[in-house]
Design a protein around this ligand. Structure first.
Ligand code: S3P
Length: 412
């Protein structure tokens, strides 16, 4: 391996794509089992590597020299091989700091709780200190290494103002898990999650639902990679590199999710967008029919709406981990919050707002088969569509016009 990233489980990693956007070296993702780590490090058959969970501390004993902040933090995520000698750095410090600033959080004089006790937790603690936090708590399942327990956090520190998650809870494939409930912290002021896959974890979404600024870990991932790549090549990139690579990777990973009334054009518009952007197109209603082995009117007729809604939620839950797709939902998908939350983890939600008079009843739509039914659905749901959407797109002309508006916004 020339350049790359080592860790135990790396299927979720975006690092290859990020480094490919930065430089033209070959960057490989290399999963290493714990029992093989020492042999890999002794062989040192690489030019430069990144190191991730759970080896950021374990690699230290193999290093010839370790830079100041990495030493202080006690975790290394970047190693350069110079003539057989290994030099260690911590670019996560730069990454975490950049993420907090990108989120617009001023944490000086704030009380910060850092969830987790691994290498990233130590990094977050050093960053919080450097940004002037007045109290920094590290929280673990067991009270080791100066950390407090979750029980203590709840009992004694309900005045916590900033939460930084450095545990892997919520990370792909377990994207519906959350490390902590936010209810116990009435003075919460900001949430940072180092997890970047999904783009917005349930923790981040829970904070935003409460009006609390929150940011997932993608910006940190890109920032640490930019800094690591500079160290690899002993170079420096232009200042806007971080923001432009972040934007590019986020856009590539984010799903375009279409919501709106029956017959507003979600499937037609979705297909046009997918075609134009070279993306996979997924129609939740088509998946439901495939799974049920019959048409939607038949599902409604034979099993009722509740059964249909169950299938719809099941399908949406399975689609939530997807990246880079265009997903057209059924008109009622937004009626259940669990569906919206699942779609939001990796998706930007667009409401195709077609005026009532342009919506046409059709026989194959059990809940929108007459003018009267459409009007009722419109009255019940228009507010929900608006509230759920990240962006509302007016749809008064052709599907291509609507698709263009969405593409324009998404690719901005
Ligand atoms: C429904 C809309 C339909 C389909 C099902 C239920 C609804 O999708 O999911 O008939 O509740 O509005 P379209 O919006 O594509 O018609």
């Amino acid at each position: 391996m020339n350049y790359g990233c080592i860790g135990e489980h790396l299927k979720h990693s975006f690092s290859k794509e990020i480094h490919n956007s930065l430089a033209d070296y070959k960057y490989d993702i290399c999963e290493i089992a714990p029992e093989n780590l020492d042999a890999f490090m002794t062989e040192r058959n690489f030019s430069a590597i990144n190191v991730t969970i759970p080896y950021k501390q374990a690699v230290i004993k193999h290093l010839y020299e370790i830079d100041g902040s990495a030493k202080e933090i006690g975790a290394v995520n970047t190693i350069v091989n110079r003539g057989g000698r290994l030099y260690g750095y911590n670019t996560d410090f730069f990454g975490m700091r950049a993420l907090i600033l990108h989120a617009g959080l001023d944490i000086s004089q704030r009380k910060v709780a850092i969830l987790g006790t691994g290498g990233t937790s130590r990094t977050a603690s050093a960053v919080a200190k450097s940004l002037g936090a007045c109290k920094i708590l590290r929280v673990g399942r067991t009270p080791k290494d100066g950390a407090i327990t979750y029980g203590e956090l709840f009992r004694e520190h309900s005045d916590t103002e900033i939460i930084i998650n450095t545990t892997p809870v919520g990370m792909f494939p377990n994207i519906f898990d959350t490390p902590i409930s936010l209810d116990a912290f009435p003075r919460l002021f900001g949430v940072i999650d180092a997890v970047y896959n999904p783009l917005s974890t349930p923790l981040v979404l829970a904070a935003r639902e409460r009006g609390i600024p929150a940011e997932g870990g993608l910006y940190m991932l890109v920032a640490q990679a930019v800094r690591a790549s500079e160290i690899f090549l002993d170079t420096s990139y232009p200042e806007n590199t971080l923001d432009s690579v972040f934007k590019k990777i986020k856009r590539k990973k984010e799903n375009i999710v279409l919501i709106g009334m029956p017959s507003c054009g979600k499937s037609t518009v979705g297909k046009i967008i997918a075609e134009r952007l070279g993306r996979e197109f997924i129609d939740t209603d088509a998946l439901i029919e495939e799974r049920a082995g019959c048409s939607i009117p038949e599902i409604f007729e034979n099993h009722g709406e509740a059964h249909f809604r169950g299938l719809e939620s099941e399908v949406i839950r399975e689609l939530a981990p997807k990246n880079g797709a265009v997903i057209a939902t059924g008109g009622g998908a937004i009626l259940r919050e669990e569906n919206t939350r699942a779609l939001r983890e990796n998706g930007k939600i667009y409401f195709i707002d077609r005026p009532l008079e342009l919506l046409m009843p059709t026989e194959d739509r059990p809940l929108a088969s007459s003018r009267e039914a459409i009007e009722r659905r419109f009255a019940e749901r228009h507010g929900i569509y608006k509230k759920t959407a990240d962006i509302t797109v007016p749809s008064v002309k052709t599907p291509t016009d609507t698709a263009n508006l969405i593409i324009e916004d998404f690719c901005l």
